[in-house]
Ligand binder design. Structure first.
Ligand code: UDX
Length: 448
């Protein structure tokens, strides 16, 4: 590592983006690079920065009039990303200038999708701008194909074929039509809102793209011929759960909400592999009718459960065997040993966290990349099952399949094997560690 190397990591202000970005920042800082982490002012003030190495510092950017309120339901969709980009560029440029004036100029900008304007700041500084893809490599390939000549084909298939028809795209595991990212098909208002920023992310891509995955998980996609070189550096989780180098390093980082206290004591009193953990990430809220169905399935299973029900409690039953919380420290829960099944929306962070902890999944994907992630879980890795509907009978079938004998035992065995591959990739000398070190030593890593 060159002493003068200085990474500026720029993250969109959302839990699912900040978590893997902050983990990368810590990792780079541990390699003794200087790292500055930048997200919005509001989210920066809520970061859990414990266990941050001394060479990591925080300089939030402004998102103009959205500095005070950035809750998706409050947004003016047509305005948000424009304001974010114009205020963000000015603010990030000022940050970079200050760092240069203090004698530590930025040598490489790393940004995740939805903040493609970070690339303009890097261009002004004449330093490399590297995309950090925080979803599966398979999804990167789908988007890349879409924005490079295959859009018409993909849209035609999506609109003309049955949802369960298989779709073969080069370098991508076989997906079903329904697994295609909803952002590309602009199925929801939020999909339309985010589409231009995703499109901009894929314009002027750097040759090297860092990806939060690992070689053993998505080998065929990572090695498939393509214009961009995908460099797997994940899973981006705290050290305590991956390489074990720093047992104190447990904070996922972007704990944007406060976890309640009591549930870990309850969890540790449960038998190994006995608990069903239910959570749908930081954004999705299921309709009341679906929450009621989940409640019925959990009650019927007779198993203890921990359910993260943010905000809306109607239809969420605690019962005798359940615990319902507003928020928890998810990685800690998954790593506790008590969880035998994760009922999840298959957000990429949740999926990777479950993989690292060896916990099989029941998928109830909601939007964006989650359907494809669920497909990987079920069809590629065999560590979970997709619930076809959020209905009691189907949910009961899936929970019993995952936690029961027979197929469930095979899933648990595969989940444990995958977890061990994940840790091997991340620890010193493992594939992700080697990949990250090689990137840092390359001109793309800002080595001058
Ligand atoms: C979204 C998309 O769903 C995801 O697919 C995309 O890649 C990033 O943006 P989100 O819906 O929040 O993210 O899901 P996910 O990617 O799973 O991230 C949620 C994060 O919040 C995880 O790191 C999880 O550990 C954390 N979390 C969630 C908690 O720490 N506690 C909780 O109670 C719930």
């Amino acid at each position: 590592m060159e002493e003068k190397q200085h990474f500026l990591i720029v993250s969109f202000p959302a839990q699912g983006h900040i978590n893997p970005s902050l983990q990368l920042a810590k990792r780079l800082a541990r390699l003794s690079a200087r790292v500055t982490f930048s997200t919005s002012i509001e989210y920066n003030s809520r970061l859990n920065t414990s266990s941050s190495p001394p060479t990591l510092s925080f300089s939030p950017y402004s998102q103009g009039k959205y500095d005070k309120s950035f809750k998706l339901p409050d947004l003016d969709p047509s305005d948000l990303l424009t304001e974010l980009a114009s205020a963000g560029i000015k603010s990030l440029t000022a940050i970079a200038n200050e760092l240069a004036a203090s004698g530590s100029p930025v040598t490489c900008v790393i940004f995740n999708f939805l903040v493609p304007w970070a690339r303009d700041v890097a261009a002004d500084l004449a330093v490399p701008a590297v995309l950090y893809w925080i979803q599966a490599a398979a999804l990167f390939r789908v988007y890349h194909l879409f924005f490079n000549g295959h859009a018409e084909k993909i849209i035609n298939i999506a609109t003309q074929e049955k949802p369960t028809s298989e779709i073969a795209l080069p370098g991508v595991p076989t997906l079903q039509v329904r697994d295609l990212p909803s952002l590309l098909l602009k199925k929801l208002t939020v999909d339309e809102l985010f589409f231009p920023a995703v499109e901009a992310t894929f314009q002027g891509l750097s040759r090297v793209v860092l990806v939060n995955t690992f070689d053993g998980l998505e080998k065929s996609t990572l090695t498939a011929a393509g214009e961009a070189e995908l460099v797997a550096i994940g899973p981006a989780l705290p050290s305590a759960y991956t390489d074990g180098e720093d047992e104190e390093d447990k904070a996922i980082g972007g704990d944007l909400q406060r976890a309640e206290d009591e549930y870990m004591a309850w969890l540790s009193a449960q038998k190994e592999g006995s608990v069903v953990y239910v959570s749908f990430g930081s954004h999705s809220v299921l309709p009341v009718s679906e929450r009621e169905e989940i409640s019925k399935a959990l009650r019927e299973s007779g198993r203890p459960y921990l359910w993260v029900a943010r905000g809306e409690r109607e239809g969420v039953e605690e019962g005798e065997k359940g615990r319902v919380v507003e928020w928890c420290s998810q990685v800690e829960v998954l790593a506790s040993g008590a969880v035998g099944c994760f009922v999840t929306h298959c957000g990429w962070n949740s999926t990777l966290e479950s993989v690292v902890c060896g916990v099989p999944m029941v998928g109830l994907p909601q939007w964006t990349d989650q359907m494809a992630n669920c497909r990987l879980v079920e069809a590629e890795w065999g560590v979970g099952v997709r619930a076809e509907k959020a209905e009691k009978a189907e949910l009961s079938r899936c929970i019993e399949l995952v936690m029961g004998e027979g197929e469930g035992e095979d899933m648990r065995r595969r989940a444990k094997a995958l977890a061990s591959l994940a840790r091997d990739a991340f620890r010193e000398g493992g594939s992700s560690d080697r990949n990250l070190r090689a990137f840092v030593r390359s001109p793309m890593g800002g080595l001058t």
